[in-house]
Design a protein around this ligand. Structure first.
Ligand SMILES: *[C@@H]1O[C@H](CO)[C@@H](O)[C@H](O)[C@H]1NC(C)=O
Ligand SMILES: *[C@@H]1O[C@H](CO)[C@@H](O)[C@H](O)[C@H]1NC(C)=O
Ligand SMILES: *[C@@H]1O[C@H](CO)[C@@H](O)[C@H](O)[C@H]1NC(C)=O
Ligand SMILES: *[C@@H]1O[C@H](CO)[C@@H](O)[C@H](O)[C@H]1NC(C)=O
Ligand SMILES: *[C@@H]1O[C@H](CO)[C@@H](O)[C@H](O)[C@H]1NC(C)=O
Ligand SMILES: *[C@@H]1O[C@H](CO)[C@@H](O)[C@H](O)[C@H]1NC(C)=O
Ligand SMILES: *[C@@H]1O[C@H](CO)[C@@H](O)[C@H](O)[C@H]1NC(C)=O
Length: 745
């Protein structure tokens, strides 16, 4: 059966000297290649994948790999490698290695080659050995003889076929997309040497002349190209048909939706909402315009600055290791060098890791555990097969004592001081995440005591530092402790966060200074979007309403059940930011609000990127004071692009939020955010969360020259940008699943 795969990077024509590794229909590796895979279930003749195309089906365990050995080392004799892959964006990375000297290239994540690998189709991937995905490097000269596709920590399931080493990369000229955009633009993506004179358009069946504006390839994805054309008349509702070479692209432009911005009505946007956790490096911070970088998460609770050790806790068999990154001081220097502020977590339990090798639950001591580390058969997960915890070992097995004097000594000794500190991380659930260290469920009183002790110490050791706490993990623990409802009852039936705020206010009076500057929470959307089908994507895109909308009943357990012990008003709506601001107003006015962990639920899916854009727009509009995204942000992936859209090199969304009113509101599928920096120049972010284009007529947007950025839609995930003209009272078209940034010049 002939199967046309979706072309993602470039379709390569086979030259005579290409070397096949595996070809669909052959049922086995090509002659001269051997299966050197490990810990994987592999079928070399599987036709159950998309379209019945024969492929190698692979189910790899944690860090296991599909690996092929070439009896005649392919060395540096090829220009690239091409393959077709299908799966639910499997967590795999690619590297080549040499069995003679054990050299290997760095791992290249599949996400840096494509973020749209699906189970419904094969995606063609081309790896250019002169421009390796991810880092743009060149495949070094070596005795390469192995090709490896290695799974991440949760394993991977995928089909792979038509794997071929290419002697030459020849790009077939092809138009990939041609979308209507803004007032009168066509955004045309292409590969290879296409003939741009062969692009024409009709609107409602009438030919509309085109003028080529510019052709652009983003510096970090040079193989991707976009050409902008201006149409001789504004885009109107009805039918738009673009003919480009032999391809045709058709759109139905809907009727106009009206709105208005009120430039005089502004509210400050905190600079610190564009933050991330553990940014990869300084160039990533600069490229994306990251303003705040957090050193946080479960693994920093046991951080021992004297030795740079930490413990993974329940995330990985309670094992000690060298922290990654190792040195907080050097890390602060790195983030500051790229103009980011820093947010440092201070360990606030009674222990930190004592070395890089110990672990709490050896099999030799606890033989009956539910699971053991696949890479260290002696390190168990601390639980019996029935899920209950084994009796915890003495903390000194893996830890050394820690207290506020040691913390003060550390902080005073830092050459680079943090701007904000948090009191540990999610300590309300330490009896789970760090069961070995703190097996007793933490209640209201203990948590308050630890916050006060650490905050008092930090304010003295780091003059001028801001303190953020209690960094509570989720909705449930905003209102109840790990002890349970008896703890609510023992505290006048007050929910945890309002009680905590009132206590910190009382403490200010006692201490003679404010100890809490930011009420810090973590927020992960409650709805289950893991199916990632059309319904789950729509849910993911509308659940951002939980950040602000009192009328949005959360589509999770939050919307259906409320424990009788909770005192919250409107308890089936999360209504996150206004709710927290109201609590602050009632219990401790003047406290800022930060969200030091939040996530999109789909970092490699375009809808995850659109959620991130929507959330950043909402944080600005609703007055959040600081936020850092959880999960390593890929500078070229959908989440990275969301940050780049607002703040990436060369652009800046306004420092003040401008009021937006849409006549026909539908925040399930549309977000419109306006800003200004000097009260005059307008910036806009529009996120179309719908599967069809949107056509907006927003009054008061000044006519003139605008810098335009966008990503998503048929143009795909790349840092697209140009400069355009916007007419007075013109309309703006935003394609399906696309985010657009406009900044008046
Ligand atoms: C799979 O790819 C083919 C060819 O590009 C295309 O016609 C088909 O619609 C795709 N199917 C899905 C489910 O995306
Ligand atoms: C390939 O190697 C894997 C891992 O060792 C093994 O499970 C599988 O049976 C091998 N397949 C063939 C066809 O040899
Ligand atoms: C491969 O990378 C080299 C070096 O960047 C570049 O010149 C060439 O155009 C690339 N080939 C393709 C097909 O992208
Ligand atoms: C490009 O297309 C135009 C219009 O069809 C044609 O006149 C021109 O010769 C083409 N150019 C090349 C280089 O093929
Ligand atoms: C465009 O929208 C207007 C207003 O809704 C409508 O009257 C008109 O028929 C539409 N035109 C087309 C071609 O769809
Ligand atoms: C789980 O198993 C352990 C060890 O067999 C036992 O001591 C414990 O009581 C069990 N817990 C439950 C809840 O059944
Ligand atoms: C903290 O621990 C150190 C080292 O064990 C000890 O010398 C010091 O007295 C302790 N400080 C407090 C306040 O307990």
């Amino acid at each position: 059966m002939l199967w046309h795969a979706l072309v993602v990077l470039a379709a390569a024509l086979r030259a005579a000297a290409d070397q096949a590794v595996y070809t669909a229909g052959s049922g086995a590796l090509a002659a001269g290649w051997e299966n050197w895979s490990w810990s994987s279930t592999i079928n070399f003749a599987d036709t159950t994948g998309p379209g019945g195309l024969e492929a190698i089906s692979t189910v790899s365990g944690a860090y296991a790999a599909l690996s092929f050995f070439d009896e005649t080392p392919f060395a540096n004799n090829f220009a690239g490698l091409q393959f077709e892959i299908s799966g639910d964006q499997p967590d795999i990375s690619f590297y080549v290695s040499s069995s003679t000297d054990n050299d290997q290239t760095s791992n290249i994540e599949l996400t840096s080659m494509s973020t749209s690998v699906t189970t419904s189709n094969f995606t063609t991937i081309l790896i250019n050995f002169s421009d390796l995905p991810g880092n743009g490097g060149v495949l070094a000269t070596d005795s390469w003889d192995r090709i490896n596709f290695q799974a991440g920590g949760n394993g991977a399931t995928f089909y792979i076929t038509n794997i071929v080493l290419l002697s030459e990369i020849v790009v077939t000229p092809e138009f990939l997309s041609a979308e209507p955009l803004a007032g009168n633009l066509l955004a045309v993506t292409s590969q290879g040497a296409v003939n741009l004179s062969q692009v024409s358009a009709t609107m409602n069946s009438k030919n509309v002349p085109l003028t080529k504006l510019t052709t652009y390839s983003p510096p970090d994805t040079p193989a991707q190209t976009i050409t902008y054309f201006t149409l001789a008349q504004p885009i109107t509702n009805g039918s738009l048909v673009v003919t480009a070479g032999t391809s045709t692209f058709s759109y139905s432009i809907p009727a106009v939706k009206y709105g208005t911005i009120t430039i005089g009505n502004t509210k400050a946007i905190s600079d610190l909402i564009y933050g991330v956790n553990f940014p990869t490096d300084a160039p990533t911070i600069s490229t994306l315009g990251v303003t705040l970088s957090r050193w946080g998460g479960n693994a920093v609770t046991a951080y021992n600055p004297d030795g740079l050790f930490t413990n993974a806790g329940n995330d990985w068999y309670f094992e000690n290791r060298i922290a990654s990154p190792p040195d907080a001081d050097a890390w602060i220097a790195m983030v500051n060098s790229a103009n980011s502020k820093s947010l440092l977590t201070i360990p606030s339990l009674d222990w930190v890791a004592k070395d890089a090798t110990s672990y709490s639950y050896p099999k030799t001591v606890y033989p009956d555990q539910a699971a053991y580390d696949p890479y260290n058969a002696d390190a168990g997960n601390g639980q019996f097969p029935n899920g209950s915890w084994v009796a915890p070992p003495p903390q000194s097995d893996a830890y050394t004592p820690w207290n506020t004097s040691l913390a003060a000594q550390w902080l005073k000794g830092l050459a680079h001081k943090p701007d904000i500190v948090t009191v540990d991380n999610e300590i309300e659930i330490a009896s789970n995440t760090h069961q070995d260290m703190h097996p007793i469920p933490m209640g209201y009183d203990e948590e308050l005591k630890r916050v006060i002790a650490t905050a008092t110490m930090a304010k003295s050791a780091l003059p001028g530092v801001s303190v953020a706490a209690p960094s509570t993990c989720a909705w449930w623990y905003y209102w109840t402790s790990s002890v349970g409802y008896t703890d609510n009852a023992a505290h006048n039936n007050q929910d945890f966060l309002p009680w905590f705020l009132a206590q910190m206010k009382a403490q200010e009076a006692t201490a003679g200074q404010r100890l809490l500057d930011y009420l810090d929470i973590h927020y992960y959307y409650g709805a289950d979007t893991s199916a990632n089908d059309a319904a789950a994507k729509a849910l993911r895109l509308r659940m951002t309403r939980s950040l602000w909308d009192p009328e949005y009943i959360d589509e999770s357990y939050i919307g259906t059940s409320v424990p009788a012990q909770w005192q919250e008003p409107n308890p089936n709506a999360v209504w996150l930011i206004p709710r927290m601001q109201q609590l602050i107003q009632q219990h401790y006015p003047g406290t800022k609000l930060s969200i030091s962990e939040w996530a999109s639920t789909a970092d490699t899916d375009i809808t995850g990127g659109l959620v991130a854009v929507d959330a950043l727009g909402i944080y600005g509009r609703e007055g959040v004071d600081g936020a850092t995204y959880w999960g390593t942000v890929d500078a070229k992936g959908p989440i990275g692009l969301a940050f780049w859209l607002f703040r990436g090199t060369g652009a800046q969304f306004g420092s003040k939020s401008v009021q937006v009113n849409m006549a026909d509101r539908n925040e399930d599928v549309l977000g419109v955010y306006a800003g200004t920096s000097d009260g005059k120049k307008v910036s806009l972010v529009i996120v179309n969360k719908d599967v069809v284009p949107v056509n907006l007529a927003i009054s008061n947007i000044p006519a003139g020259t605008y810098f335009l950025r966008h990503f998503g839609g048929d143009a795909g995930i790349a840092k697209w940008q140009t400069t355009i003209q916007i007419a007075a009272n013109g309309n703006l078209v935003v394609p399906a699943y696309t985010a657009v940034f406009l900044e008046e010049q």
